[in-house]
Design a protein around this ligand. Structure first.
Ligand code: LMR
Length: 401
């Protein structure tokens, strides 16, 4: 069976990290995978996480199985984090949450669940979107279609085209939306634009599925809820995939959640029983450690305050790095107006670099950038800034000459 199998291409994002690791060039820079890095290029464990881990180590008493949907406390804390503790949906028991191994598993479990009840639906993703989105929904058996999102001329949102496309999505189809810090563009909707999308969703009857992988990386934990709150007030049903890779720095602990919101408590409970089946046949029940860290932090006011401080520091570091990068590009004579980079939200900048320029930077300069031109801004440090800007100038000159 295996004799005639040809190798699959490397992963568009995680494959870059592997290639970067194997690159002997001492000047190499990894601006690929979305991983927070400090000014020294390190991805440290958060202090609040270390403290929670020490607490868990000294108090844990079992490694027995988790419930299929995860620990009740974690599930409740996730709901409070994404919606706000006093949201009426929680009081009405309209939300049900499963602890999943990262945001990717949340998307996949959600997709498997939806496939069971909407087998002929299409899933609509933004153009562009995270490189893995299409793969996850196609693996679950869905046809994936695109709606316009990014306008390369204004380097902002293609609002009119987006709304026109979403206005033609058939009832019952599924529309994947990035709750904040759109990946890869860093271009987000304003509160008013979210309200327009929510009105459309309710009128057309398509199902919103929010990818909420960067809560706290945009404008703040509460501010970043704006899209979810708008959709939750307009639509009776939606799904939310949360990831705690970035905001808790739990990348390798694979910690996330799928939250299902239904019209009432009974419908939520019935639908969620099928989410649990999707979990059981995929990975049975979630790995405990990351969820315990999140619960330990969110349930204790002092730990929580410390974590929120660390999250704010990461967000502000990236915002400062954006400014420094824009100024340095001008300082090093890179032609063009890069002010848009300072306006984008979250970890990424959609740099405007073309695929040939991305290839040039990788092959000639050992600078690793995701195809399409997405740069992980957190990968820019004082130590690599000058080399990066001069290399970008060179790449632009090479492609124009
Ligand atoms: C990214 O977009 O770089 C991250 O979400 C990492 C990943 O899994 O692709």
């Amino acid at each position: 069976m295996f004799r005639d199998i040809t190798p699959a291409p490397p992963d568009a994002i995680l494959g870059l990290t592997e290639a970067w690791k194997n690159d002997p060039n001492p000047s190499k820079i990894n601006l690929g995978a979305g991983v927070f890095k400090d000014a020294k290029g390190r991805t440290p464990i958060l202090e609040s996480v270390k403290d929670a881990e020490a607490h868990i180590l000294s108090t844990a008493s079992t490694k027995s199985y988790m419930p299929i949907a995860g620990a009740p406390e974690y599930r409740r804390l996730v709901q409070e984090m994404i919606l706000g503790a006093d949201h009426p949906i929680l009081a009405a028991n309209r939300a049900q949450t499963a602890h999943t191994p990262g945001g990717t598993a949340a998307l996949r479990v959600g997709a498997d669940f939806l496939k069971k009840f909407a087998s002929n639906a299409a899933v609509w993703v933004s153009s562009p979107t995270w490189a893995n989105h299409k793969g996850v929904f196609q693996a679950a058996g869905f046809a994936v279609k695109e709606y316009p999102y990014y306008d390369p001329v204004s380097k902002g949102l293609a609002l009119d085209k987006m709304l026109a496309a979403l206005d033609s999505v058939p009832a019952g189809d599924i529309v994947l939306l990035h709750a904040c810090c759109h990946n890869p563009t860093g271009v987000d909707l304003t509160a008013g634009q979210w309200a327009e999308v929510a009105t459309l969703a309710a009128r057309r009857g398509w199902m919103p599925f929010l990818d909420f992988a960067y809560q706290g990386y945009g404008d703040g934990l509460q501010e970043d809820r704006a899209g979810l709150l708008a959709l939750a007030s307009a639509c009776p049903e939606l799904l939310v995939a949360s990831s705690f890779s970035k905001n808790f720095g739990l990348y390798q602990d694979r910690t996330g959640a799928l939250t299902l919101i239904a019209a009432d408590a009974a419908q939520a409970a019935a639908a969620f029983s099928h989410v649990e089946i999707a979990v059981r046949v995929n990975y049975s029940n979630p790995p405990a450690h990351g969820g315990l860290i999140v619960s330990t932090i969110l349930s204790d006011p002092a730990r929580r305050a410390k974590w929120e401080g660390e999250l704010t520091a990461m967000r502000e570091h990236i915002a400062r790095t954006r400014r420094t990068f824009v100024d340095a590009l001008a300082h090093h004579g890179v032609p063009g107006d890069f002010e848009f980079i300072a306006r984008q939200k979250g970890m990424f900048s959609f740099s405007g670099l073309t695929d040939p320029q991305v290839r040039y930077l990788r092959e000639k300069k050992s600078i690793y950038i995701v195809g399409g031109g997405r740069i992980n801004v957190a990968g820019i440090t004082p130590g690599n800034l000058e080399y990066l800007c001069c290399s970008i100038r060179e790449a632009l000159e090479a492609s124009s000459g």
